[in-house]
Design a protein around this ligand. Structure first.
Ligand code: ZN
Length: 495
């Protein structure tokens, strides 16, 4: 992967630490990658005197620099080395900052991809007590006569990169370098062939760690694409990078489609606990917002954890959210979008102020005492609230009876889901030989329509994630009420 790129190993000596006011007085570059391997160095006349502590650190004195090329003289040549190359430097922010500031004076916008060897050393060798260039050289047994001279430091960086590649192996080295560069990577234990083996079909997948521990459990429209997406842009020490660092293998299961995948996922998450998946923890913590009319006819919100047990039968309109925290955030966002008063909605917490137009105005005019709502504004307000929350309102079950939802991936996978009042009562497959539906797991009794009705008479928990799933596929799949159920099944969708 990295073989396709050019790397410019760069070290600068400067008159101080501030890119905006201090000057470059020595530059060394080594360009490697592909067929290229060249180096160039030059002292640079900074057109100012060298502070004495810099002089003692680097051994570069003002007199050594007099008459040397100025940055203006070398910037074009230097640009030809650095343009299109990945900048490699130790504590690269420093060098990148100086180069950016200096090139900018000549109208050049220097925004390279940057590989910091300090960060790389810290990542690959967290146990080493120090990661300065000198400490690294000592550690890897690379000795040089000079330090803090530009080419000496470039040589040291090169020695460290060669050492790390040999020591950690090509796969691990490329993986960590790729992560630091924010490039697509593959976990060191996986090859492109492993990725190619993952089908481009819907299903669920598990990312596993070295000891087989479950790190992540997900659904996909295309398993291959979705698994790859974890490895595409996991920069630095982000959560995505943390996950990718621990992935050792992938398991997957092709399913009839995205609805089936979602149902399998929510069933799996009931007893499997992925270690690095925050969203999974939110499952089963849904909450709802009820709309209460107070004695003045004003609509107010009541947030409650969990869902009403009789949600399907009450006919009361409630808004559903996946978790309490999300509901609180969304209520405030929707209020802002629709100019609704949080005080009137009765959702202000202690110390919180409403910033709706009316509240700001009354605070200015009357020092905060709010106006009592009139019957007319109350009706208006209630209507606006319903509009604002429309996307979250519970949608009543649109059938008079249970339904079988058919999903088929066109490649031999097919499932029927028995659904009533948005509750999931089981998934079935069609047995063509016997002409009957059977439960997916095990060889239980065949499902006839009377049995299906009996199953749906049992009590079953209303689960928010199932409701969202069924709503999402309400118009895309074939929904057959039991009384009209017939299996129009073609040869290619028989499992
Ligand atoms: Zn307000």
């Amino acid at each position: 992967m990295l073989g396709n790129y050019r790397f410019a190993l760069v070290d600068l000596e400067t008159t101080g630490g501030q890119a905006s006011q201090d000057h470059i007085m020595e530059v060394a570059v080594r360009v490697v990658g592909g067929e290229v391997d060249l180096e160039w160095e030059s002292l640079i006349d900074p057109l100012c005197s060298v502070p004495s502590f810099i002089q003692s650190l680097t051994g570069i004195s003002s007199s050594m620099l007099r008459g040397k090329p100025r940055f203006a003289d070398v910037q074009e040549l230097l640009w030809s080395y650095l343009d299109d190359a990945i900048l490699v430097a130790h504590n690269a922010r420093f060098d990148a900052g100086f180069l950016r500031a200096n090139f900018a004076r000549y109208g050049r916008d220097y925004q390279p991809r940057v590989l910091c060897t300090l960060k790389l050393a810290r990542t690959l060798y967290p146990d080493w007590p120090k990661h300065g260039l000198e400490a690294i050289c000592e550690r890897i047994g690379f000795y040089s006569e000079v330090h803090h001279r530009a080419m000496a430091d470039v040589d040291a960086m090169k020695a460290f990169l060669d050492y790390a590649r040999a020591d950690k192996g090509e796969a691990v080295f490329n993986f960590e370098v790729g992560l630091l560069l924010g490039m697509p990577v593959l976990p060191p234990s996986m090859s492109q062939a492993d990725i190619d083996a993952i089908p481009c079909q819907a299903g669920i997948y598990r990312l596993l760690g070295e000891a087989g521990e479950l790190l992540y459990l997900g659904t996909a429209r295309s398993l291959q694409e979705q698994v790859l997406s974890h490895f595409e842009n996991p920069t630095g020490d982000s959560k995505a990078a943390k996950l990718v660092r621990r992935v050792d293998s992938v398991q997957w299961q092709v399913l009839a489609g995205e609805l089936s995948a979602g149902l399998h996922l929510s069933a799996a998450l009931r007893h499997e606990k992925p270690l690095l998946q925050r969203r999974a923890k939110a499952l089963g913590k849904a909450c709802c917002v009820r709309f209460i009319t107070d004695d003045r006819g004003e609509l107010q919100l009541r947030l409650r954890s969990g869902l009403p047990a009789n949600i399907a039968s009450t006919g009361e309109s409630v808004a559903l959210f996946r978790e309490r925290k999300h509901a609180k955030t969304r209520i405030r966002e929707l209020a802002k979008e629709h100019q609704l008063c949080l005080r009137r909605l009765a959702v202000l917490v202690e110390g919180e102020l409403c910033e709706c137009g009316a509240c700001i105005l009354t605070a200015e005019k009357f020092g905060g005492s709010p106006l009592a709502p009139t019957a007319e504004t109350a009706a208006d307000f209630s209507a606006q609230v319903k509009v604002a929350f429309a996307g979250y309102l519970y949608a009543p079950w649109p059938f008079a009876e249970p339904v079988l939802v058919h999903e088929d991936n066109g490649a031999g996978r097919s499932e029927w889901h028995l659904v009533h009042d948005w509750r999931h009562f089981g998934s079935f497959r069609w047995d063509a030989e016997r002409g009957q539906l059977f439960e997916l797991s095990g060889e239980a009794k065949p499902l006839d329509l009377a049995a299906a009705r009996r199953i749906c008479d049992q009590t079953q928990e209303f689960r928010y994630e199932h409701y969202r799933l069924f709503r999402a596929f309400q118009h895309d799949l074939a929904w057959q009420p039991l009384s009209q159920f017939n299996v129009a099944i073609s040869d290619d969708c028989v499992t």
